[in-house]
Design a binder for this molecule. Sequence first.
Ligand SMILES: *Cc1c(COP(=O)(O)O)cnc(C)c1O
Length: 364
Amino acid sequence: MSDLPDIVTRWIRPEIQALSAYHVPPARGFIKLDAMENPYHWPEQMVEQWLAQLREIELNRYPDPSPAGLKQGLAEVMCVPEGQEVILGNGSDELIQMIAMAMAQPGRKVLAPEPSFVMYRMIATFTGMDYVGVPLVSKGGAEDFSLDREAMLAAIEQHEPAAIFLAYPNNPTGNLFDRDAVKAIIEASPGLVVVDEAYHAFAGDSFMSELVRYDNLVVMRTVSKMGLAGLRLGLLAGPAPWLTEFDKVRLPYNINVLTQKSTEFILAHREVLDQQTRQICVDREVLMQALVEMEGVTPFPSKANFILFRVAGADAVFASLKEQGVLIKNLSSTGGLLQDCLRVTVGSSEENSQFLTALASAIM
Ligand SMILES: *Cc1c(COP(=O)(O)O)cnc(C)c1O
């Protein structure tokens, strides 16, 4: 790090030099429960049908720059209200980046509760915006990770953020914020509020229908956590005046032709994904119950496809799990409210059992 050539240190922005790149640990050979992926594949016959459709793709041609049919299909499946606009991103990460790029100016702020999805802070930094994190509620070590409504409202008044990001349910804590608190934030915000519903499939709750009520609200979804993380496709829904501006900073052809074709195919077979989602929700409750009963482990309630839990000596527990071939996410080093916290993705019931056995042995 310290040996950067002078020409690089001279020209790369200091805040970028100060960052470490988003770290994805190698996972080959592990039971992979670190990244909120769906553990299931498709029935063999469905795979064959999909491959037959891919065969028709002309890879020598650019993709449709703004695939209207695909947007319409997704809007219907995701219950986007009539009259609201939709834009697509190369994952919802790209949508966050587009929003920030369209708003960034020196001194402009992005605000989010903490802990939350790390890309809000990172993308604010990439685009030269200031970032304000407002801690979630913690009462003497007994966190419930709810929104600190008064602190959020005070921070909004003080900082006048251009954009507020609320993950609903929140990552990495797994809880849904209080609806009324979210509404109070939307009403108090002088700028845009982005409700990030990456885990919508597991939550049974949404702000999508509220789009018609607020002109400073947009709702973001992704297909990643539903079982299509490899496709890279996110969706932003909201009022046309906002989305028309965001669409201007979108790179042409941001959704590649394989993703477009595959998504069209899956929309027609979405019962398979819905069934997998229902299974994951059932297994989440089984896993939660097992963690509740495990001595020394404190799991937090989850409406997503992962569970955050606290365990004494989290670093050692994480290392032991890894040693036993189970990869989860260690959030303990983040400190603060996440001291001694680990996050496990709900996998197949067999993977969950293997994780539980490894965990029991790790904390002995
Ligand atoms: C995983 C995640 C995303 C990113 O989704 P992609 O569509 O894969 O880029 C966005 N927001 C939250 C809260 C997430 O957890």
